[in-house]
Design a protein around this ligand. Structure first.
Ligand code: BGC
Length: 759
C-alpha cells in the first residue's frame, strides 16, 4: 500500500489524531533472515543479530534512532545498550498496526567509524511454539524482522542517514531459544565479543534480506514502555535433596531472575519459575502449564562461558513467580546468586491510600502488585499461565489502575488493538492481542465492554476524551452487533459472573450480559452527544429505554428481587442503573439482607466483586462493604491473606493462579468510598472535586492522595476522641465540596483545609 493510501486508511479508521495523521515516511526497508520462515515448532530458532558500521564525518550535534524490531528488539551502539526499555515494542495486531520507538542517541555516537547492532526476539510476533491460543497460527506470525533509521545532524550542519537495507549483516547470537511463555536459553560460549562495536569482522555473516513488513501501519509508541522497575533480593534459599536450590522472592511478581554465577565453561544452569511450592518444598506448577503444548513452561537456561563472574538475565520472555528453582549451580548458592527483576509498564504513580486497617493495607498492596504484574505492555489476566489480554479482567480493574497509576496512554494503545481485531459485524474477541482465538467463547458483553468502558473511565478520571473520539465508530459498531445477538433486547450470550463461589448459585449470565448491553448503549448515547452526533444520541437513548424495560420484565420479580436474589443479580441491577427509582430501596434492602445472612462473606464472582461493595457503599452501607473486604473467613478477600497472599488471586478458594487482577476493584473502592475521592461523571477529570468519605465503624483513619490533571488531591480523616477531623487539599484552580457525615456540603477552594466534625 502506498504511503498516501496508508494515510487515507488511517484517517478513515479514526486513529489517534496527532501521531497518525502524519505518518513518518521511512527510507528504511524491513530486513530479516528469509530462511527462518521454514523453521517451526520444536526447531531451534536462535535470536538473530543484525549489524552495520558507518562513518560520521565530524562531531555529532544531534542523532535520533527510529526502530521497530519484531517481536522484541535490543539495540546497541558502539558497545552500549540503547535505552532501558525491555520487551519493546509493545504487542499489537501486527497486520493492522505496528509500533516503533524513537530514541535520542546523540551521546552514543562519535566522529569516525560507529557500529550499531540489534538483537531480535520472537515475542508476541513470532509465536513459534504451540499453545492453546494459536499464537503460532496467527495470520501475522512471521520470523523476526527489523526496520531502523538513524538520523544524524553533524556540528557542521550536514545531515547523515543510516537505514536498514540489504547491506546489513546478520548472524545467530547466543540466545538459542526464546519463547514468550516458555523461557529463554542462552549459551554464553556463543557470544560474539565486539559485534556491536566498530572493527568487528562480520565477513562470515550473512547478508540481510529485504522482506515484506508485518503489514500494519507503523505508528510511534507513545505509551510508557516496559522497564525493570525494581530489583528484589530473595528472602530465603533452601537446598533440595536433588541439589537444586529454591529461592523465595518474598513477593509474587512478574519479571525474571538476574543470575550471578561463576564456574567452568559449558556448565548449564536451569531456572524454573513458579508461584507456589508443594508439600516437599519444590516448585508447584500443577495446572499452570496446561495450555502450553510444546516447549517448557517458564524455564530459562544459561550455559557458562567460564570466564569468572558471569551476570545474565533474559530479555525476550517474562514469567509470573514468587519462587525460582536454580539447578546446576557449580558453587555454593547464596542469596546473591539471583535477584528478582520486577518488570512492567513504567507508569507514573498517581495515587496512594492507607487506612487504620492492616487488612485493607495489605489488600491494597496485593491489588497494586497484581495490577502491575498484569500490565506488562498491556493488561493481562495473569503473568504466567496465559499472559492474555482478557478484556473483562481489564475493565474490571481499570478504575483501580487509573487511581493508582498513570495508565491512560497504555490503555489507549491496547484499545486500538481491540478495534483492530474487531470483525466487520462489530464482534470483538475475548483476548487482545488476538491470534484468532476468542471470538466465540470467553467473550460477550461483560468482557467486550472494555472497548467502551475503558475510554469512559479514562475520560472520567483524567478528562482525556481522545479515546472516545477516536474509537467511537468501533464502539457504535459493537453496540449494533449486540443488537443482532439480542432477542427482544435480552443478550443470552457471554460469560457471566466468572469464578463465582458456587457456580450453581451464579447470577444468570443473560442478566449480567444484558446489563452491559444497557450500559454500553447509555454510554454511546453520551459519547454521541459529546462528539456532536445528535441523531445517533437520540437513537441510542431510545434503545436504552427499551433494553431497560425488557431487562426489568425479564428479571425483576417485584419486592426488591431480581432473578433468584443472588447478590450479583441484585447489585448488578442497581449498579448498572436498571432499577426503577421507587424500587431501589427494596432492592438494596434485599442485597443488605443477603450479605448479612451470609455473615459478610462473599457469594459472587468477579462481576459481583465490582458491583456489590460499590452498591452497598453508595447506598448507606459502607460498613457492610468494609465487612466484605475484611472478614477473614472463606470466601472473601481477607481470606487470601491468611494463605500468605501478596497479590490478588483467581479463585476464592486459592486454587489456580495466585496473581489475577480481576477482583482488583477493591483498591478503587478504598479511594472512592473510604477516602472519598470519587470522580464526578458530570465534570470528568476531577475538574470539580467532590470528596465524600464514609466514616465507617471499624476504621479510625484513612488517607489518600491522587494526582488529577490539575494537581494533587488529598483526602484524610481521623477520629480523635469525640470528633473527627478532615484534612483535604485541592489543586490550584480547582473547586469542590466535602460531603459531611450528615449529608451537608462544605465548599472547598484550592489549597488545604481542615474541617472538624463532632461524633
Ligand atoms: C482467565 C480469566 C478470564 C477467563 C474468562 C481465564 O482463563 O485467566 O482471567 O477472564 O478465563 O474465561
Amino acid at each position: 500500500m502506498s504511503q498516501a493510501k496508508v494515510r487515507a486508511k488511517a484517517s478513515k479508521t479514526g486513529m489517534q489524531a496527532s501521531a497518525r495523521s502524519k505518518p513518518r515516511v521511512w527510507a528504511a526497508q524491513w530486513i530479516g533472515r528469509r530462511h527462518m520462515m521454514f523453521k517451526y515448532a520444536g526447531q531451534s530458532m536462535p535470536a538473530p543479530l543484525y549489524r552495520k558500521e558507518f562513518t560520521l564525518n565530524g562531531a555529532v550535534r544531534h542523532a535520533t534512532l527510529h526502530i521497530c524490531g519484531l517481536g522484541f528488539y535490543v539495540a546497541r551502539i558502539n558497545g552500549r545498550r540503547v535505552g532501558d526499555r525491555v520487551l519493546d515494542p509493545s504487542a499489537s495486531q501486527y497486520d493492522r498496526r505496528v509500533r516503533y520507538v524513537t530514541y535520542d542517541v546523540t551521546d552514543m555516537l562519535r566522529a569516525g567509524v560507529n557500529a550499531i547492532g540489534v538483537t531480535l526476539g520472537s515475542g508476541w510476533y513470532n509465536g513459534h511454539t504451540v499453545e492453546f491460543w494459536n499464537l503460532d497460527r496467527a495470520v501475522w506470525r512471521d520470523y523476526p524482522k527489523l526496520i531502523l533509521e538513524l538520523e544524524v545532524r553533524l556540528e557542521s550542519g550536514k545531515k547523515f542517514r543510516l537505514a536498514s537495507d540489504g547491506s546489513w549483516r546478520v548472524a545467530e547470537g547466543p540466545i538459542l531459544f526464546d519463547g514468550l511463555r516458555n523461557g529463554e536459553h542462552y549459551d554464553a560460549r556463543a557470544e560474539r565479543p565486539g559485534w556491536d562495536k566498530p572493527g568487528y569482522d562480520d565477513g562470515a555473516w550473512e547478508q540481510a534480506a529485504i522482506v515484506p513488513g508485518p503489514g500494519g501501519v507503523l505508528e510511534p509508541q507513545l505509551a510508557p514502555p516496559c522497564r525493570v522497575m525494581k530489583t528484589l533480593t530473595p528472602v530465603s534459599l533452601r537446598k533440595l535433596e536433588s541439589g537444586a536450590v529454591i529461592y523465595d522472592m518474598g513477593q509474587n511478581m512478574a519479571g525474571w531472575a538476574l543470575l550471578r554465577v561463576s564456574g567452568p565453561a559449558g556448565t548449564q544452569i536451569t531456572l524454573r519459575y513458579a508461584e507456589r511450592l508443594n508439600a516437599e518444598g519444590d516448585l508447584d506448577i500443577a495446572g499452570m502449564d496446561r495450555f502450553i503444548e510444546s516447549g517448557e513452561f517458564q524455564t530459562d537456561r544459561y550455559t557458562l562461558k567460564g570466564q569468572g563472574d558471569e551476570l545474565w538475565e533474559p530479555g525476550f520472555t517474562y514469567h509470573g513467580f514468587q519462587y525460582v528453582r536454580v539447578e546446576g549451580l557449580p558453587g555454593k548458592p547464596s542469596l546473591d546468586t539471583i535477584r528478582g527483576r520486577v518488570v512492567h509498564t513504567s507508569f507514573d504513580e498517581v495515587g496512594g491510600v492507607a487506612t487504620s486497617s492492616e487488612t485493607l493495607n495489605r489488600l491494597q498492596d496485593c491489588a497494586r502488585w497484581a495490577y502491575v504484574g498484569n500490565f506488562v505492555g498491556f493488561p493481562t489476566d495473569c503473568p504466567h499461565r496465559e499472559k492474555n489480554g482478557w478484556t473483562g479482567d481489564a475493565h474490571l480493574a481499570a478504575e483501580t489502575g487509573l487511581l493508582n497509576f498513570g495508565a491512560g496512554a497504555a490503555y489507549g494503545e491496547w484499545l486500538d488493538s481491540i478495534a483492530d481485531c474487531q470483525r466487520p459485524s462489530g464482534q470483538v474477541p475475548a483476548i487482545v492481542p488476538c491470534a484468532g482465538w476468542g471470538y466465540n467463547w470467553g467473550s460477550g458483553p461483560a468482557w467486550d465492554s472494555a472497548l467502551i468502558l475503558i475510554p469512559w473511565y479514562i475520560y472520567l478520571y483524567t478528562g482525556d476524551r481522545s479515546h472516545i473520539d477516536r474509537l467511537y465508530p468501533a464502539m457504535a459498531r459493537y453496540v449494533h452487533y449486540l443488537g443482532t445477538l439480542a432477542t427482544h433486547h435480552i443478550v443470552h450470550f457471554g460469560l457471566g459472573d466468572w469464578c463465582a463461589v458456587d457456580g450453581s448459585r451464579m447470577a444468570p449470565s443473560a442478566l449480567t450480559s444484558t446489563a452491559y448491553y444497557y450500559v454500553d448503549t447509555c454510554l454511546l448515547a453520551r459519547f454521541a452527544t459529546l462528539t456532536g452526533r445528535n441523531q445517533e444520541a437520540a437513537a441510542f437513548e431510545a434503545l436504552a429505554v427499551r433494553i431497560r424495560r425488557a431487562f426489568n420484565a425479564a428479571f425483576y420479580h417485584g419486592d426488591g428481587r431480581y432473578a433468584d436474589g443472588q447478590m450479583t443479580a441484585l447489585a448488578c441491577a442497581v449498579y448498572q442503573g436498571l432499577v426503577e427509582d421507587d424500587q431501589r430501596p427494596a432492592v438494596v434492602a434485599r442485597l443488605v439482607e443477603a450479605v448479612e445472612a451470609n455473615d459478610g462473606k462473599v457469594d459472587f464472582g468477579i462481576l459481583g466483586a465490582k458491583y456489590v461493595p460499590r452498591v452497598l457503599a453508595e447506598n448507606g452501607h459502607a460498613e457492610l462493604a468494609l465487612r466484605l473486604f475484611t472478614q477473614p473467613a472463606f470466601p472473601g478477600w481477607a481470606h487470601w491473606l491468611q494463605d500468605g497472599a501478596t497479590t490478588l488471586r483467581e479463585n476464592w478458594n486459592n486454587s489456580d493462579s495466585q496473581n489475577h487482577i480481576m477482583f482488583g476493584d477493591i483498591s478503587a473502592c478504598l479511594y472512592s468510598y473510604f477516602a472519598g475521592i470519587v470522580p464526578d461523571p458530570m465534570r470528568p477529570g476531577f475538574k470539580h472535586v467532590t470528596l465524600r468519605p464514609h466514616l465507617v465503624d471499624g476504621l479510625d483513619w484513612v488517607k489518600a492522595w491522587h494526582r488529577a490533571p490539575a494537581g494533587i488531591i488529598r483526602s484524610a480523616w481521623k477520629r480523635a476522641g469525640r470528633k473527627v477531623t478532615f484534612d483535604v487539599t485541592l489543586p490550584e484552580g480547582t473547586r469542590g465540596a466535602l460531603v459531611l457525615p450528615d449529608g451537608s456540603r462544605a465548599t472547598l477552594d484550592s489549597g488545604s483545609r481542615r474541617v472538624t466534625w463532632p461524633l
